[in-house]
Design a protein around this ligand. Structure first.
Ligand code: SF4
Ligand code: SF4
Length: 110
């Protein structure tokens, strides 16, 4: 048994669990306001790697989001919000981490 549950991105992807040490809530993207510019996606630190293009949406997987806020400033329309009452990511969102559109995977897999 791993003594450090969800401590790394691969563990979080495998377990679908946030790191229990993260104090900040995850963030969410308000899809009705998002203009799909991808700026947030490029600013999410790869050790978290929480933001993905998913169909026509840009999504934050809450279990991978540390709440570091690095995606906030780059967003031109300020449509990223704290989500203290977050719900688990839908099953189809989990198709993105480590998939062909995971731009963070090269760092994760070192
Ligand atoms: S708060 Fe940090 S970890 Fe979460 S999506 Fe934004 S940049 Fe990524
Ligand atoms: S930076 Fe803002 S507008 Fe651009 S994709 Fe991210 S959430 Fe959407």
């Amino acid at each position: 048994m791993d003594a450090r549950p969800a401590s790394g991105r691969l563990e979080r992807i495998a377990s679908h669990e946030r790191n229990p040490k993260w104090r900040n809530p995850p963030l969410r993207i308000e899809m009705s306001e998002c203009i799909n510019c991808d700026a947030c996606l490029r600013h999410c630190p790869p050790q978290f790697g929480a933001i993905f293009n998913h169909g026509i949406d840009v999504i934050i997987i809450p279990e991978l989001c540390s709440g570091c806020d690095k995606c906030l400033d780059p967003c031109p329309v300020n449509c990223i919000y704290p989500d203290p009452d977050w719900s688990p990511a839908p099953d189809d969102w989990w198709e993105e981490p480590l998939g062909p559109r995971d731009s963070y995977a090269a760092v994760t897999n070192r």
